[in-house]
Design a protein. Structure first.
Length: 328
């Protein structure tokens, strides 16, 4: 006769326990007023290290996972052939300068010839006035003066041509020097090598990728928010990121981008119910100073939850206070 009351009590206790567990779960998942929550994935900007010119890789100096600094040398392309081209270009520059010197010397000679022709013409004019020289002699000296002047003008043009040849040769040499510099592949940003796509000794085409870098100064989480929430998200507003693999840490972030167009549904809808399904892409950027301090923890593809303020006056609850690992 006492079994029924005992069963009833047990059922009540179990129900109370279940209700308490459900309450705890609700409290844990409940989003505080003034905040929006969405799940997302950590994304790191990738930078392809590619060749500008075709050639054989002489060396690839880094492996996957290696940390590199901006301007670090990552790989080199064999330069044997282009170094020979540079030597030929330098010789062409030297010849061009000699051409200028020769042309300028020729101008000096032609100037002396013109001066002599002018002196002889002047003397002939004086002799003609005294009837000592004939008109034919005067005409010959005049023609000689005109010819000398034309030859001088031609010599001056030759100097300009020689100088232009110097500029062309120097431009060719500069282009080859630039190409040699491009044969050394350097890191455009500080980051981590994600993939090594080619090995030393391989021949790569122009534009061929050799390495892929992760730019650890540009890390963000992409989330999607519905129309009802994204309209209240302010660019530059605060956000928090909690990674699934390390829920004990809370990473501060900032809203840096809100898409101008919705995704997942047609661009134009007619009903309010359909408009509620519109989702907008939002980017949450992490402070580069934090990334620099914790670069060893940064990994692309990690999933987690993000919390964004949709009310400027909203306060962060205790469980969303920024918490980062100790660095020693």
């Amino acid at each position: 006769m006492r079994i029924a009351p005992i069963i009833t009590v047990a059922i009540l206790v179990a129900a109370a326990g279940g209700g308490y567990a459900y309450w705890l779960k609700e409290q844990a998942t409940r989003v505080p007023v003034g905040l929006a929550r969405a799940n997302g994935r950590i994304e790191v900007e990738r930078v392809d290290i590619a060749t500008k010119y075709a050639g054989r890789l002489a060396e690839v100096g880094v492996n996957e996972g290696a940390a590199v600094q901006k301007d670090d040398v990552l790989a080199r392309i064999d330069t044997t052939e282009i170094l020979a081209q540079r030597a030929a270009a330098r010789a062409a520059v030297h010849r061009a300068h000699q051409g200028v010197a020769s042309a300028e010397a020729n101008v000096a000679v032609r100037e002396a010839e013109l001066k002599l022709a002018e002196i002889e013409l002047k003397r002939t004019i004086e002799l003609t006035r005294g009837n000592t020289a004939t008109q034919a002699e005067l005409d010959r000296r005049t023609a000689q003066r005109d010819i000398s002047r034309a030859i001088l003008d031609s010599a001056k043009v030759a100097v300009e041509d020689a100088q232009a040849a110097v500029e062309a040769a120097e431009a060719q040499a500069t282009q080859i020097e630039a190409a040699i510099a491009d044969m050394t592949l350097k890191a455009p940003v500080s980051g981590r090598v994600e993939y090594r796509l080619a090995q030393a000794g391989e021949v790569v085409a122009a534009g061929g990728r050799v390495l892929t870098l992760l730019d650890l100064s540009d890390v963000h989480m992409t989330i999607f928010l519905p129309t009802s929430q994204v309209g209240r998200v302010e660019l530059g507003s605060e956000a928090r990121i909690v990674i699934d693999g390390a829920p004990e840490y809370v990473v501060p972030a900032t809203v840096s981008f809100v898409a101008a167009e919705a995704q997942f549904t047609p661009k134009y809808v007619e009903t309010a119910n359909e408009r509620e399904k519109l989702m907008y892409r939002v980017k949450l950027h992490i402070d580069p100073q934090i990334l620099d301090t914790y670069r060893g923890y940064v990994k692309a593809g990690m999933t987690g939850n993000a919390y964004v303020k949709v009310q400027r006056e909203a306060a962060w609850p205790t469980n969303l206070t920024a918490r980062l690992p100790d660095v020693r």
